[in-house]
Ligand binder design. Structure first.
Ligand code: GTP
Ligand code: MG
Length: 344
């Protein structure tokens, strides 16, 4: 069943209730991919929703915000959103919470922290729990971002705790990644995973009202110089000091992000990024489509049996995958095409 016309129109016009409903619909929708089991569902499929919204996407600047727990990401996101609002832009905020069973409290905390924005119809806030499934996280985050993009939110801020894998996923979704650090982590910075600097387009030293901010800025700068002496890069991530609780440095942060966006455009990086994102999304959907097609044709029980046989080493994963694909092709065709038959 196609998406209700009224809902789509209201969401595209940026009406928050409709946007929220569209996101929920997308999250709970059957995939609707070709070959997937026909579900007697009254709801629109993810495929239908995507087909409706995708032509409207591509306008938003998506900014990932990552860093250690308690570093001030949520406070900063709220202030950044306020700064964007001052500049007349609609802002979407997606808070991804990685700690599954205990996420309720943290999400509630973020809601309260961002409370000042909740009366503003130009701001949309969505918290999502990462249930530990990285693929799922990436897919649903990308889905929410796509809806917000289509619905006119020109800046989308995605907050995630720096736990290693999650922020790499965010970096894949975002146009820019802001890595938040706090002062008095001198030793930790030395041992900080190189990966986190790799993904930083802008570095923030938040809680700059605390002692040691200058030392942290210097340490980060030294690390950037070290990296640049190894690999020549056109963009040197600027280091912005902020006091998120007071909103200090937020205009500078927005300016730095604008400069980065301009750099992406003029350097051609933006086009390359768009292509990389399209590639990874398409691969993800194809993967999902192929798996659904296979499970629909063979049945889940057959798949579970295959899993059991691989686990018990009666077959290897490649051999089993080949066997499953062959059987699915056979089922799909009703019969196996004989060699030369299709060329006759
Ligand atoms: N002194 C000071 N405190 C700050 C600053 N920014 C944030 N805080 C405080 O730091 C605490 C954590 O802030 P949050 O914004 O929740 O940090 P977070 O990184 O979102 O935390 P998690 O999402 O739980 O990882 C709160 O008590 C904030 O008020 C700052 O610039 N200076
Ligand atoms: Mg937070």
């Amino acid at each position: 069943m196609p998406l209700p016309e009224g809902l789509l129109a209201a969401a595209l016009a940026g009406e928050r209730r409709a946007v929220a409903r569209l996101i929920t619909l997308l999250e709970n929708a059957p995939s609707g991919l070709a070959g997937a089991e026909e579900q007697p569902s009254a709801a629109a499929t993810a495929a239908e929703i995507m087909a409706a919204i995708y032509p409207h996407t591509g306008q938003a600047q998506v900014v990932g915000m990552t860093g250690p727990p308690g570093g001030g990401k949520s406070t900063l996101v709220a202030r950044l959103a306020a700064e964007y609002r001052r500049r007349g832009l609609m802002v979407g905020i997606v808070a991804v919470d990685p700690s599954s069973p205990f996420s309720g409290g943290a999400i509630l905390g973020d809601r309260i922290r961002m409370g000042a924005l909740s009366g503003d119809s130009g701001v949309f806030i969505r918290s999502m729990a990462n249930r530990g499934e990285l693929g799922g996280l990436a897919r649903s985050t990308a889905g929410v971002v796509a809806v917000l993009d289509a619905c006119g939110f020109r800046r989308i801020l995605v907050e995630t705790v720096g736990t290693g894998q999650a922020e790499v996923e965010i970096a894949r979704t975002a146009h820019a990644t802001v890595v938040v650090q706090v002062p008095e982590m001198g030793d930790e910075i030395q041992t900080m995973k190189a990966g986190i600097l790799e993904i930083a387009d802008v570095l923030v030293v938040n809680k700059a009202d605390h002692a040691g901010a200058a030392r942290t800025v210097a340490a980060l700068g030294a690390m950037l110089d070290l990296r640049r002496s190894v690999a020549a890069e056109a963009w040197r991530p600027p280091i912005v000091q902020t006091v998120a609780t007071r909103g200090e440095g937020c205009a500078e942060l927005v300016d730095a992000l604008d400069r980065h966006a301009a750099y992406l455009g003029t350097s051609g990086r933006r086009a390359a990024q768009d292509e990389a994102r399209a590639r990874s999304t398409l691969r993800g959907v194809l993967h999902e489509a192929l798996e659904e097609w296979l499970l629909t044709l063979l049945g889940r029980a057959a798949f579970e049996e295959a899993v059991r046989q691989v686990a018990q080493r009666q077959d290897d994963p490649y051999g089993m995958a080949t066997a499953l694909l062959r059987r699915a092709l056979q089922e799909a065709g009703g019969k196996r095409p004989q060699r030369g038959e299709d060329t006759a």
